[in-house]
Design a protein around this ligand. Structure first.
Ligand SMILES: Cc1cc2nc3c(=O)[nH]c(=O)nc-3n(C[C@H](O)[C@H](O)[C@H](O)COP(=O)(O)OP(=O)(O)OC[C@H]3O[C@@H](n4cnc5c(N)ncnc54)[C@H](O)[C@@H]3O)c2cc1C
Ligand code: FES
Length: 257
């Protein structure tokens, strides 16, 4: 589906991150993403941070296009196509969710779906500073056991969220780990879970153009992230030399992360 939607609500989640909600009738599942554009600018892939009722995206203002999207106001119009991609398998019963920065945007609706079918949730949430922690209250509202890490130590563990994840994996018997964030972070999370034999599922990002599996812009190894992902079992990613190291730039050139 492809249409133009009026923004119905705008929530400042952190100093740099905004959630936009809009009425978009196509069914969507946690993990899926849309291509979103505003007049006069590029189209960007955005995970659906809300997949039921009013759909939503949660945008961190980084470069020019994402900042432009984060500046959209209630009543403005955005172009949406999708949803695209696969989804998280929410059948596990005891799940560790590891989110770095805006990675929480894709993990929160998946965690809600798992919670709705009775899963136990533990969340390791990382950010640069306390105000930048995304969706902490939303995870707490699911009854999740939430552990936080910040780079500056302003709340929770001072340091990497991967340290928190390592401690949690050692101390618990999880049957799945879900993670989204910088790839170097996900590589460490996978290693921690792997040592305990726990399967990990990662939501990854690549440059996207068609989102239909046709243009190759989003390829990683034999996969197209737009149709084979964005959610992958870690076992498919760790054997790919580019995972955690390289990605394609807008012209298709392989560049370091
Ligand atoms: C499946 C998926 C889900 C994502 N979900 C989220 C999310 O929920 N929240 C969030 O904040 N970010 C998300 N992103 C990242 C987002 O799409 C952008 O990559 C990021 O916001 C940087 O864009 P920029 O304009 O700030 O970067 P810049 O570095 O300024 O971008 C340079 C140029 O490349 C274009 N561009 C940048 N990234 C992409 C891309 N991935 N595909 C196509 N064109 C691109 C820009 O429009 C610009 O023209 C997701 C990416 C993917 C692939
Ligand atoms: S974006 Fe074109 S193949 Fe994935």
């Amino acid at each position: 589906m492809r249409t133009v939607c009026r923004v119905e609500s705008r929530e400042l989640e952190t100093p740099s991150t905004v959630t936009l909600r809009f009425s978009y009738p196509a069914p969507a599942r946690p993990g899926q993403f849309v291509l979103l554009w505003i007049p006069g600018d590029d189209e960007l892939p955005m995970s659906l941070s809300y997949t039921a009722g009013l759909k939503g995206v949660t945008v961190k203002g980084m470069g020019a296009t994402s900042r432009h999207i984060a500046d959209v106001q209630i009543g403005d119009w955005v172009g949406i196509r999708g949803p695209y991609g696969n989804t998280f398998d929410v059948s596990a019963n005891n799940i560790l969710v590891v989110a770095g920065g805006s990675g929480a945007a894709v993990l929160a609706p998946a965690a809600e779906a798992a919670h709705a079918r009775g899963a136990r949730l533990t969340v390791a949430l990382g950010a640069t500073t306390a105000p930048e922690l995304l969706f902490r209250e939303r995870f707490l509202a699911m009854g999740a056991d939430v552990h936080v890490a910040t780079d500056d130590g302003s709340i929770g563990h001072k340091g990497y969220v991967t340290d928190v994840a390592e401690r949690l994996v050692r101390a618990n018997e999880f049957d799945a780990v879900w993670t989204c964030g910088p790839e170097v972070m996900m590589v460490k999370v996978i290693a921690s879970a792997d040592r305990r034999g726990v399967p990990t599922y990662c939501a990854i990002e690549r440059h996207m153009k068609c989102a239909l599996g046709l243009c190759d812009a989003c390829s990683i190894g034999p996969y197209h992230v737009c149709v084979d992902g964005p959610v992958f079992p870690a076992s498919q990613l760790v054997i790919l030399p580019e995972f955690g190291h390289r990605k394609r730039d807008p012209s298709g050139r392989s560049v370091p992360h």
